[in-house]
Unconditional design. Structure first.
Length: 176
């Protein structure tokens, strides 16, 4: 089984889209033996464009599914919730789901792994460090917690209270 970590975010109807996105991810990937783990939700300013603030979190699970399958399912969920393919990278999002890590895999296509924004965006690194603090970054060869401890940024980021959906295989807190 492979450990998969996804970045999930929204800046349009944020509570609704994160809740519905979590329900959909739960239906796709969670089982009694392999629950869906979630970090806290963080509010952050839009990065790369002038827009409404985002809600972001990290979701983790274990699976036997391939990277290609997970990518296809995540993009299908984005479209289902109103994300239009081909829009500018830095633009408003109803639901954005990105594969951040797939165990220690390093690749460029069909997705970049590990995702470069792990090292550049607090809204990715902080929740990752919360969920899997001892996970070793495949390229940096350091724990996510140590990367977060040394992270320097002026990005505005705050944990928020969030009402997670009541799902049988949804766990808040550390995955590993």
């Amino acid at each position: 089984m492979t450990h998969v970590l996804l970045g999930v975010g929204s800046n349009r109807q944020r509570q609704y889209h994160l809740t519905e996105g979590l329900i959909a991810l739960h239906q796709e990937f969670a089982t009694a033996d392999n629950p869906l783990y979630v970090s806290r939700v963080f509010e952050s300013a839009a990065v790369g464009f002038d827009g409404a603030p985002f809600y972001n979190l990290v979701v983790g699970f274990t699976t036997a599914a391939s990277v290609e399958f997970i990518q296809q399912r995540c993009k299908a969920l984005e479209i289902r919730f109103g994300h239009q393919p081909g829009v500018a990278k830095y633009s408003p999002r109803t639901l954005d789901i990105d594969i951040l890590l797939y165990d220690q895999m390093v690749m460029e296509h069909p997705v970049q792994l590990p995702r470069a924004e792990i090292l550049h965006n607090a809204f990715v690194l902080w929740p990752l460090a919360e969920l899997v603090p001892n996970f070793i970054h495949p390229l940096e060869q350091r724990t996510l917690q140590s990367l977060w401890d040394e992270y320097e940024s002026t990005q505005q980021l705050e944990p928020i209270e969030f009402s997670f959906p009541q799902l049988p295989y949804l766990q808040q807190g550390r995955m590993l």
